[in-house]
Design a protein around this ligand. Structure first.
Ligand SMILES: CC(C)(COP(=O)(O)OP(=O)(O)OC[C@H]1O[C@@H](n2cnc3c(N)ncnc32)[C@H](O)[C@@H]1OP(=O)(O)O)[C@@H](O)C(=O)NCCC(=O)NCCS
Length: 186
């Protein structure tokens, strides 16, 4: 398996580098919002201690488990950390899942698509991912659009799989194979 340490990557508007302890304030700013957490598996952060704990326990523990670090999305213009874009192993034989979250102030400007393209390039070309998966609840149109723009293929629906605010929702599953990535970026 590849190194768990991530390089620093750069796109037109963004720097992608590993999440660090210094990201508490910026991460709290969006992880404490209902807009972001209504669609994520993590609970809304109420205090900065929640964010600090998440950074320590969720993000910084990844290399200990042999997982790649998580990329923080940093806006070049302001050097502000505004979200994350990460991937982690979910099955044997180089199968990974990708996830992302962005501060609502920056939604619908193509930022996660820009970050996602860069992370997919790194994951497939450098890290050794063979198959990347993506999933979202049916209402999460933004995530669905990002997946489509990145070239993921819809592979199925787990109907009424997840309970969100006391209602069971469908979970949509997507996948991208290394050869599909190669074909797309040729
Ligand atoms: C999903 C999320 C990461 C998207 O980030 P983003 O940087 O705004 O995404 P992009 O701007 O690259 O693309 C979003 C697309 O969805 C579209 N979109 C967003 N909300 C929409 C809605 N309610 N209805 C229709 N289209 C919508 C945007 O118009 C855009 O499409 P376009 O480029 O064709 O105009 C961001 O909304 C987020 O952090 N959401 C909360 C956390 C989350 O859901 N994470 C994923 C869990 S699976």
């Amino acid at each position: 398996m590849s190194n768990t340490k991530l390089p620093i990557l750069e796109t037109e508007r963004l720097i992608l580098r590993a999440v660090s302890v210094g990201d508490v304030d910026d991460m709290f700013e969006y992880a404490s919002t209902e807009e972001v957490t209504q669609y994520t598996t993590f609970k809304r952060h109420i205090t900065k201690e929640d964010t600090s704990l998440a950074i320590q326990e969720v993000f910084l523990k990844r290399p200990v488990k042999g997982w790649p670090e998580a990329f923080a999305i940093v806006l070049k213009e302001t050097n502000k950390m505004i979200g994350t874009c990460d991937f982690w192993p979910i099955a044997k034989n180089d199968v990974f899942e990708m996830g992302y979250a962005l501060s609502p102030k920056y939604w619908n400007q193509g930022i996660v698509t820009e970050a996602g393209e860069c992370v997919l390039k790194y994951a497939f070309e450098e890290y050794g991912v063979r198959r990347m998966e993506l999933r979202h609840i049916d209402q999460n149109i933004g995530s669905k659009k990002v997946g489509q723009k990145l070239g993921f293929i819809h592979e199925g629906t787990k109907r009424k799989f997840i309970k969100v605010k006391s209602e069971y929702r469908d979970l949509e599953y997507y996948g991208m194979l290394k050869e599909e990535y190669n074909e797309r970026t040729r």
